[in-house]
Design a binder for this molecule. Structure first.
Ligand code: SF4
Length: 361
């Protein structure tokens, strides 16, 4: 097991009932990609995200119709919902009226200080937090000029200015994000900001990309920061259905031994020694166990070279042979099983460990 990560202490805020910062467990969040005005589809996606473990869900509120739909959605789900607002402060005010549990705004894109002041006043009176989202793509010109581009110091200065302004309005429930699509800029920016302020930090690499590139960027960027104890909540951004963002988020937490959710499947890459169809077996087992919350360690190995060793270390394991596999449970061989029955046998053993049963296979 990994060493324990010492987290930087930040202030505690609440988004709905979810504590953020101040030593609270790191909260996983995502954002719907449905049209918020399509209430049924959005609720359906929120439920899917929550089933995957997502604790906070953000919705885009691009117009008044979406703000009104936000309220209807808010009244039908329990999960805290954050309204994502750009440009028009009236959308923020309407979302607060409709029951938003948090706001994500970029004060720099709102027209004038009085507009932000109105939003701040409404948020304070409803006790809801504001996330200051500073993005390398929307830094003010003067800051860009001073720092020669969207460098970490430029992002930090942008954030400090916005924080100073919100503080002057009396806002205390604040979290901050500093987003860049460049991983090293992201890491450096959060490191620098965490030295300067004790607001809870929302981590993310913006516009991270496709499943492979986005997962790698997020795992390195978010993972590095979490390993250093920086970050109180995070979102993995992928150009994929948002439920996959949540799955990647939990794999990042698992890799760092921060939190385990769902089974951990350890499988070999296969090589010329493999004599069973391991790819299909792994896919079948993964599908059958999707959604279970306990986190057994499952080894699925292609042959007897490394197979028995890994399989013995796992809660449940298989080491493949020619047309069959050896099933292990808690370090002991249970029995030899024909290849066609391996997936079912493995899933049954996992379910019996959890006292659950899946009929998916
Ligand atoms: S466990 Fe066997 S099949 Fe899998 S990679 Fe190792 S040697 Fe190859």
């Amino acid at each position: 097991m990994g060493e324990e990560i010492k987290r930087r202490l930040t202030r505690r805020i609440y988004v709905g009932g979810i504590p953020i910062g101040g030593g609270a467990p790191i909260a996983v969040q995502s954002m719907t990609n449905t049209d918020t005005r399509d209430v049924e589809s959005t609720i359906c996606q929120i439920r899917e995200l929550v089933e995957a473990g997502c604790q906070l869900v953000r919705l885009a509120v691009p117009d008044m119709e979406a703000a009104e739909a936000f309220g209807r959605i808010r009244r039908r789900v329990k999960t805290p919902l954050i309204a994502d607002i750009h440009f028009d402060h009236r959308l923020a005010l309407a979302s607060i009226e409709e029951g938003a549990d948090g706001l994500r705004i970029n004060p720099g894109t709102m027209a004038g200080e009085s507009a932000v002041a109105k939003v701040a006043k409404a948020a304070i009176s409803r006790k809801i937090p504001i996330r200051v989202g500073v993005n390398s793509g929307s830094l003010p010109r003067d800051i860009l000029k001073k720092h020669g581009g969207p460098s970490p110091s430029a992002l930090v200065e942008g954030a400090l200015k916005q924080l100073e302004f919100l503080e002057s309005l009396g806002v205390e429930q604040i979290k901050v994000s500093l987003k860049s699509s460049h991983v090293i800029t992201t890491i450096r920016s959060y490191e620098m900001l965490s030295e300067r302020v004790d607001y809870p930090l929302h981590l993310g690499v913006t516009e991270a990309g496709t499943l492979i590139s986005g997962t790698v960027k997020s795992a390195i960027g978010i993972g590095q920061l979490l390993y250093k104890g920086i970050g109180d909540t995070f979102r993995v951004s992928l150009t994929r259905p948002p439920v996959e963002e949540v799955k990647v988020a939990f794999e990042i937490l698992r890799a760092l031994d921060i939190r385990h959710r769902g089974p951990e499947i350890i499988s070999c890459p296969t090589c010329g020694r493999c004599e069973i169809d391991l790819f299909s077996l792994v896919a079948e087992v993964e599908k059958a166990l999707a959604g279970i919350e306990h986190s057994p360690r499952i080894a699925i190995m292609g042959c007897v070279v490394n197979g028995p060793g890994e399989a013995k270390e796992a809660d449940v394991g298989i080491a493949g042979g020619r047309g069959h596999g050896l099933l292990f449970k808690k370090g002991h061989v249970v029995r030899k099983i024909p290849e066609a029955e391996l997936a079912r046998a493995l899933v049954d053993e996992v379910m019996s460990l959890a006292g659950e049963y899946s009929g998916d296979l």
